[in-house]
Write a protein that binds this ligand. Structure first.
Ligand code: ADP
Length: 302
């Protein structure tokens, strides 16, 4: 069973001709409201593929929280671990200009109130001891992720997408199997390691440098160029799947969810990543995040 620990946000999207400057008001499109946040997205992506999935998160006691709970339940996610209250549901205020560029303001809200105490208490503790694969991101407090690592059941597999990226404590890094990063996240993690300077080199070199930070394995996602997996036994490219991309939002979440699910089913890292690349490729051919995530049948057909 897969447990996703992470964020749940309401994404409020308005298309604008141009972004407002200080003190300025611009008119935009009708508001679009979507369930989002990396944790919520991963849980929906995994459940839609057919994985038995639970989400451990915190939302507010408000309409956005209910929207998120509804979308999880509609996808078949076990929501017993979604805590309610303490702060408003997390929100991402997103403006999109005609060239497709985003400007985003995030209010973490309830995501910032998912505490280490929440992880030690019921129902989270029971979910953690029951889960053989646990997937997390960094849109919740780092101390909470650290507590998740401490609470893993023996032999459980921990998958981390460190997004938004920041320096990680050694015990969290050591638990990652794999650490999943895109190019930006790789640069930040490695830049922090070498005194803030940007890192050059090939993805193979980044993977090697990331492995030296302590995780048991590393996956570097490379957008339309596929991905790369690395562990003590070596490094391998995961070929890109050629598609006509229309919206890459949520591709990384779909990839991570699919990878965690296949690892839990006993597949190798390379095979799991190859499957995850097919899932990510379908997701980019459709608009939206959660709305773009495929079923296993759709992956097989695509
Ligand atoms: P993130 O969304 O975190 O930046 P990526 O853009 O690397 O992550 O996408 C995650 C995965 O989704 C990639 O490794 C790849 O397998 C798949 N993917 C993303 N963009 C495309 C694309 N344009 N064509 C095919 N596959 C893609």
């Amino acid at each position: 069973d897969l447990l996703v620990v992470g964020s749940a946000n309401a994404d409020l999207v308005i298309c604008v001709e141009r972004r407002p400057g200080a003190g300025e008001t611009v008119l935009g499109s009708d508001l679009a409201l979507h369930p989002g946040g990396k944790g919520a997205n991963q849980a929906v992506a995994a459940a839609r593929l057919g994985a038995r999935t639970a989400l451990l998160a915190r939302v507010g006691d408000d309409a956005h929280g209910r929207l998120l709970l509804d979308s999880q339940r509609a996808a078949g996610v076990d929501t017993a671990g979604v805590l309610v209250g303490g702060a408003p549901t997390g929100v991402a205020l997103i403006t999109v200009d005609p060239s497709g560029d985003n400007s985003i303001v995030v209010s973490p809200g309830a995501n910032g109130r998912l505490t280490p105490d929440d992880i030690r208490a019921a129902p989270a503790a029971a979910l953690l001891t029951a889960s053989r694969v646990v997937s997390a991101q960094l849109e919740i407090p780092l101390e909470t992720v650290t507590e998740v690592v401490r609470g893993l059941r023996p032999g459980a597999r921990f998958v981390l997408n460190p997004s938004p990226p920041r320096e990680l404590p050694p015990d969290v890094l050591a638990a990652c199997d794999p650490l999943i990063v895109n190019e930006h996240e790789a640069r930040v993690l490695l830049g922090a390691d070498v005194g803030g300077t940007a890192v050059g080199g090939t993805p193979e070199e980044w993977a090697g440098a990331l492995l030296a930070l302590g995780p048991r394995s590393v996956v570097v996602t490379l957008g339309e160029d596929g991905a790369l997996v690395a562990d003590a036994s070596g490094t391998a490219r995961v070929p890109a799947v050629k598609v006509n991309a229309v919206d890459t939002t949520g591709a990384g979440d779909a990839f991570t969810a699919a990878l965690a699910w296949r690892l839990g089913a006993g597949e190798s890292l390379a095979d799991s990543a190859a499957y995850a690349a097919r899932v990510g490729a379908v997701a980019v051919t459709r608009q939206g995040a959660q709305a773009s995530f495929p079923t296993a049948d759709e992956v097989a057909a695509g």
